[in-house]
Ligand binder design. Sequence first.
Ligand code: BES
Ligand code: ZN
Length: 453
Amino acid sequence: MQAALDYLERNRDRFLKLLLEFLEIPSISAQRAYDEHTARAAAFIRARLDDAGFKTGLYHGDGLPTVYGSRIEGDVRPTLLLYGHYDVQPPDPLDLWDSPPFEPVRRDGILYGRGTCDDKGQLFMHLKAAEAYLKTRGDLPLNVKYIFEGEEESGSVNLPDFIESNTELLKADVVVISDTALFGSGVPSITYGLRGLAYVEVTLTGPDRDLHSGVYGGAIENPVNALAKIIAGLHDEDHRVTIDGFYDSVIPLSDDERATFASLPFDDQEWIEEVGVDTARTEKGYTVLEGTTARPTLDCNGIWGGYTEKGAKTVLPSQASAKISMRLVPDQTPEDITEKIRSHFEKHLPPTMKLTFTDLHGGYGALVDTNSPAMKAAAKAMEGVYGQKPFFVRTGGSIPIVAEFKKLLGLDTVLMGFGLDSDSIHSPNECFGLDRFHQGIQTIIRFMDIYKG
Ligand code: BES
Ligand code: ZN
């Protein structure tokens, strides 16, 4: 293991150069115009796996390609299934970036660019940890199977089918994913809980065309007003979601878990200042940390209708639309919650409006066992790098494939991520500290050595 760690030190610059090449590819999964680039990013990782002597495959299902690679060192060694995603979020708004999103640059030890943290930089750590072993001892301490997806940021709609039809190929002992954050800078943590997601779009249609608001206003209900009223009613004064049955399946936080949350090094005031608000707004009875990681939420992600260009136009619009997403916690299901919000809109729809309701996508949340041998090995590996035991934490983000790995392959996941909440993932100026990139590789090298037994 020491030889692999030394190899990493000697090759820092080379690793960085190669990572920059990977980050330059605009692999935006949400937009069809970028499919050619997304395919190029898949080919790039596959080539790296080929170089390292992995048996590789590129799978084209109905969506963007999935890259597969494996190295089986021997039957008696445990097998890791390492998952990452090479697709990224769209970079807009472009004018808020200090440097172009797909021209990654290093400033003061921090790498800026789309995908630096989420997740190209983090999946790259796994490739480099394997290389460090292969170049120094000729094999890996255990069997490794990689699966790199190109549609995570679009809801992983096709990957469950791939997993279901390749259960033998993906047979493993545990899944490892680096696509989450550390609890704080220099504060090691392992994530044991993820939220799920239900994402819908609604359109209210009133008159069959835009109308003059002076000629018709006063006798026609305005869809923007009607939609705004329904959305405003989705929370009550305690900031609880008002949809009937929304909280029915929520596993409540236990007293023990709440005590652990309270003992974490988290400062509400610091968080408030970092976010740039004057005060937090949580569901009544819950702390900021509980609200952002272990309670379900509902947010309107976008709303449009009528005239939104410069200047004034006196129009009574025909339509108004909104995108609404709900972060779910175990055991809420996206199917059930989507039906419940649909019923809510149907119930509150004024008789003057027609409703178009679209289920965009959804995913299950997950809670993983913190006492498994792989979790213990991950905790020890983190302690080896950071000099202190990691905290076990929940995150508010979603990686829906984690629940699918459990359902389809029976596998638990170790969420060993090295981002920071302040890395601006999905935002302008996404970044990843090079210190964390290297700590990540070191942790993975140590984890492989400890978990092999
Ligand atoms: N890496 C994130 C998930 C994440 C975010 C983990 C923050 C920990 C902290 C992942 O790539 C992501 O953004 N997922 C989407 C999933 C969605 C599109 C189904 C998310 O959470 O919005
Ligand atoms: Zn991600």
